[in-house]
Design a protein around this ligand. Structure first.
Ligand code: ADP
Ligand code: SF4
Length: 680
């Protein structure tokens, strides 16, 4: 069949190897790394199964003095690391894809907290992450050593079977990039000063790698071509351009992107699909070698344009491949509507930041492939016929209905509201969150294809209604509501004055009750809601004051790489910010705050107060139906998602999926997933 996207399925020659198509899973972290190799292998294998022509590792440390702990990345310190990597390569080869490895030496990005080695840098420099300690200024022998270690790692990678071996100079996370930057490199020898000198170390790494393994392996360079720092950093009109020009034909593949990671993996709140094109498009004019670039490409039209417009040869993707490991196959099979598009929330990145297995809002099977045996496209069929009633069509209820439907069960899903989607529908119209709607849209599209799942919006249900409906199996996904009394994680008593008429919650605002005047947001939630509502209120012409007990605005969003961007946006909009302040009391036109450290009280004017504190699970139906279960009027009852325990949308989707996977199966008394235990 003729497919207008055929061009995306053309093979691409990369040095001595050939990628079977243009879908290139660029290196991405995953929180499993060297510590959970089996989990990692299965996650990568499934990407190759789903049609990605190239599947890469995450950053892989080449030496114990480049130990990136507490983050869990890959390791190729010595020969004993080869077998785990070999498993990954074999699993990827099994599906005809190429395997790539991103070798890295972290420089001042390597904390070495585990190895207790000294980090090395072009000069003595404070280690990233505000860890106490500095790097040692490298002498010529150190430079020779690192070149030797890199070469040895490349040889090991070749032994493991990798097809593409990276020299990494991106994200401000790698020594080869640190050498490029005058702000880190003040050397007066042949490795410092002129751009040619600062590029010498990267050039040598590429030459060494080509010399060691270039006969059978392609050598790729990942280079940050713009840091979005103007003249203070690498830029695509300045040194980024010049570095590519100087090294143009040396590597077999250019992987170009913007730096740091928060820019490269910008969330949907800040950037749209294809956002890196303007920075990277110069690359192809300087080299005959293939170019790969990212930009959260989730739609085949945008991918096609990027190739046809000569911006890239290969479509790089981390997040789109996480949200949908089968994205390439779906394009090939002309099943575009089945693509589970990434929503750009960076919950995946948070897992790496927190050192736990990767997860994804859209794809609940991500990170669970090995330990729970989950697959993004295949689910085990039901063993017996059972009819299931689900109440609540938010992310938990919809995912549960979809996955139970895929297992073959008869499912009826009811929701009080006329529009299905629960919190996602309400939140996705808030500033910057429109792509989050994809969580609902994808599930509704899938459910529409199922004869065995019926949806009944506009159906508010009581416990009596539910029992009358006569279903034996009930799943309650009834969500949660924001608390009106200000009780929150570090405030266990209602805030005085919370019941005054000028006190609002996010639910009020999302219901369209928008106040005017001077609004004070009290954010004891610490993720996106506070700052998103601040943006909404600013758009409505309010003056906004932002108060949080945390030391930073939207504290948790540092794990989704958004914190600085969020705080900067509020500061630029003249939002008055008070951090480490506890809202003590609300008065008619002002509030009393106390400093969480000194205890000192201050008063701040506020016409309106918005309390973003804890949420209360809507579990009344669950409590009311428990006796029916006891009396055997129904056979099973469970409460899932926010109705069980309020959490992220990702967790609600996961909860819905877990419930569907476990439904009708024999409960296990042990830990319900496999664990990779340390060998003793
Ligand atoms: P979650 O994130 O856990 O999926 P949401 O709050 O997004 O939860 O969705 C819960 C959904 O449940 C909402 O759409 C709400 O209208 C619906 N709901 C809650 N209680 C009832 C009820 N008694 N009858 C029908 N629908 C309900
Ligand atoms: Fe995309 Fe969010 Fe999934 Fe990451 S967690 S892949 S950003 S949907």
């Amino acid at each position: 069949m003729d497919n207008k996207f055929d061009i995306l399925f053309e093979p691409v020659k990369i040095g001595p190897v050939t990628a079977p198509n243009r879908f290139f899973q660029v290196p991405h972290c995953n929180g499993m790394g060297y510590r959970m190799p089996k989990a990692l292998v299965e996650m990568r294998r499934i990407k190759a199964e789903g049609g990605w022509g190239v599947v890469c590792t995450e950053e892989v440390e080449i030496h114990h003095s480049s130990d990136l702990s507490p983050n869990i990345e890959g390791r190729i310190w010595d020969d004993k690391d080869i077998p785990a990597l070999e498993l990954m390569v074999d699993s990827v080869h099994q599906h005809g894809a190429l395997a790539g490895i991103e070798l890295t030496y972290g420089g001042h990005h390597a904390s070495n907290l585990y190895s207790r080695s000294v980090s090395l840098g072009p000069r003595s420099l404070g280690v990233d992450g505000y860890h106490p300690g500095q790097t040692r200024r490298m002498d010529k022998e150190d430079i020779r050593d690192i070149r030797k270690w890199h070469r040895a790692a490349a040889v090991r990678a070749k032994k493991a079977g990798f097809d593409i071996i990276y020299c990494y100079a991106g994200h401000n996370l790698a020594l080869a990039m640190h050498f490029l930057l005058p702000r880190y490199n003040d050397r007066t020898d042949e490795y410092g000063g002129s751009l040619e000198n600062r590029t010498r170390f990267l050039r040598e790494l590429i030459e060494d790698t080509k010399d060691a393994v270039g006969d059978t392996c392609a050598v790729a360079v990942r280079l940050a071509v713009d840091e979005l720092l103007g003249d203070d950093g690498i830029s695509h009109q300045g040194e980024g351009h010049d570095i590519v020009s100087m090294l143009a034909e040396l590597p077999d593949l250019w992987d170009v992107n913007i730096s740091g990671w928060s820019h490269d993996s910008a969330t949907a709140r800040f950037e749209r699909e294809g956002y890196q094109e303007k920075y990277i498009k110069f690359t192809k004019s300087l080299t005959s070698k293939p170019v790969v670039g990212v930009g959260r490409y989730t739609t085949p039209d945008a991918m096609l344009r990027a190739v046809q417009n000569g911006i890239v040869d290969l479509i790089g993707a981390a997040r789109p491949s996480i949200a949908d490991p089968f994205l390439p196959n779906k394009i090939r099979e002309d099943r575009i509507e089945d693509i589970r598009e990434c929503i750009g929330c960076n919950i995946c990145a948070s897992a790496d930041e927190l050192g736990v297995p990767i997860r994804c809002t859209q794809n609940p099977t991500m990170g669970e492939e090995w330990r729970r045996g989950w697959h993004p496209e295949i689910i085990h069929p039901k063993k017996k016929n059972k009819d299931i009633l689900i109440i609540g069509g938010g992310p938990a209820g919809l995912e549960s209905a979809r996955a139970l439907g895929a297992r073959g069960y008869q499912v009826a899903l009811l929701d009080a509201r006329r529009e299905l989607g629960g919190r996602v529908v309400l939140e996705s119209v808030l500033p910057g969150l429109i792509e989050w709607r994809r969580v609902v849209d994808w599930r509704l599209t899938q459910i529409e294809k199922m004869d065995n799942v019926s949806l009944y919006p506009g159906s508010p249900m009581t416990a009596e209604d539910i029992l009358e409906a006569g279903y034996a199996h009930i799943i309650l996904a009834t969500g949660a509501e924001w608390r009106k009394d200000g009780v929150g994680r570090n405030q266990w008593k209602p805030i005085k004055g919370h019941n005054l008429p000028h006190v609002f919650t996010p639910d009020d605002l999302m219901a369209g009750k928008i106040p005017d005047g001077n609004v004070l947001i009290y954010d004891n939630d610490h993720y996106y809601m506070g700052s998103v509502l601040a943006e909404l209120l600013l758009q409505q012409g309010c003056q906004v004051t932002f108060v949080t007990p945390a030391p930073l605005v939207a504290y948790w969003s540092q794990y989704t790489l958004e914190q600085e961007k969020i705080q900067r946006r509020l500061m630029k909009s003249d939002v008055k910010i008070f951090t480490q302040q506890i809202l003590e009391e609300i008065h008619p036109e002002k509030v009393t705050l106390t400093d969480s450290v000194s205890g000192e009280a201050i008063e701040v004017n506020a016409d309106i107060v918005v309390l973003i504190t804890d949420r209360l699970p809507n579990d009344e139906l669950y409590q009311a139906l428990k006796h029916a279960l006891k009396n055997s009027d129904i056979q099973s009852l469970c409460v899932i998602g926010d109705a069980e325990a309020p959490n992220t949308i990702a967790q609600a989707v996961f909860s819905g999926h877990l419930t569907a996977q476990e439904f009708g199966e024999i409960p296990v008394s042990d830990t319900p997933f496999k664990i990779e235990r340390a060998q003793v």
